[in-house]
Design a protein around this ligand. Structure first.
Ligand SMILES: [Fe+2]
Length: 229
């Protein structure tokens, strides 16, 4: 048992709570119409959003933010929102959290290119567009961290659409999946990444319905979010 599991359904991701499991991957592909849409959406309209949200408020919180990003309301955008809503609900359930720190970000650079472990208990990532997160098996973890760009050993790749839930170093020191962002700088590639975390000291203030609190953070500039596969 190497702590790595795969599953065929969203519900299978809950196996991350088994003590011997450090990574669960839901292998999936999007319908071609959805993938085509997200791949060909003008990069300027890809969202850059961060909110701390109770899952039941995800939809009313996210829809106006996507409007501000210039994403036209249609069935395909609806599929994106449905997918995010499902994952936020799942993550809240798995981590027994009332609030989820949601980052949905257009990425135009190499993001977190160094091999690292996340300083979190549990994180969920999925890539809607572009190359997805790279990771290494435990046997190569220390070598990858030591050698960084010189590392030429075995490398695992998530696929676009795959959902990964993994434990970070806050579960056990020096445990957690070693991973990095794919290299895209200078290629013109644009990624769209969803990253879900539990609430921390660096999370934004909880989302409050517009009209009750207009000071809540909304769409952000790319450089205002430090992200991070
Ligand atoms: Fe990371």
């Amino acid at each position: 048992m190497n702590g790595i599991r795969t599953c065929k359904t969203r519900a299978g991701l809950s196996s991350i709570n088994k003590t011997d499991t450090e990574l669960v991957i839901w292998k999936r592909s999007f319908p071609s119409s959805f993938q085509e849409w997200i791949n060909h959406t003008d990069a300027e309209n890809l969202p850059v959003v961060r909110i701390l949200i109770n899952p039941i408020e995800l939809r009313p919180a996210l829809e106006p933010l996507l409007d501000l990003c210039g994403l036209k309301v249609d069935n395909l955008r609806g599929q994106l929102v449905n997918d995010i809503e499902g994952l936020v609900n799942l993550f809240a359930q798995v981590t027994q959290s009332n609030a989820v720190d949601v980052r949905l970000q257009r990425i135009t650079h190499n993001a977190c290119w160094k091999f690292h472990r996340d300083v979190v208990k549990t994180r969920l990532v999925t890539t809607y567009r572009g190359p997805a997160t790279e990771w290494v098996q435990h046997a190569q973890a220390e070598q990858a961290i030591l050698e960084q760009l010189n590392y030429k050993g075995p490398l695992e790749h998530l696929g676009v659409g795959d959902v990964a839930v993994f434990k970070g170093s806050r579960t056990h020191p020096n445990r957690g999946i070693v991973h990095r962002s794919p290299s895209i700088a200078g290629t013109g590639t644009r990624r769209l990444l969803l990253c879900l975390n539990q609430q921390t000291d660096t999370s934004p203030k909880p989302w409050v319905e517009v009209g009750k609190n207009l000071s809540h953070p909304k769409v952000m500039k790319s450089n205002e979010i430090v992200l991070i596969d």
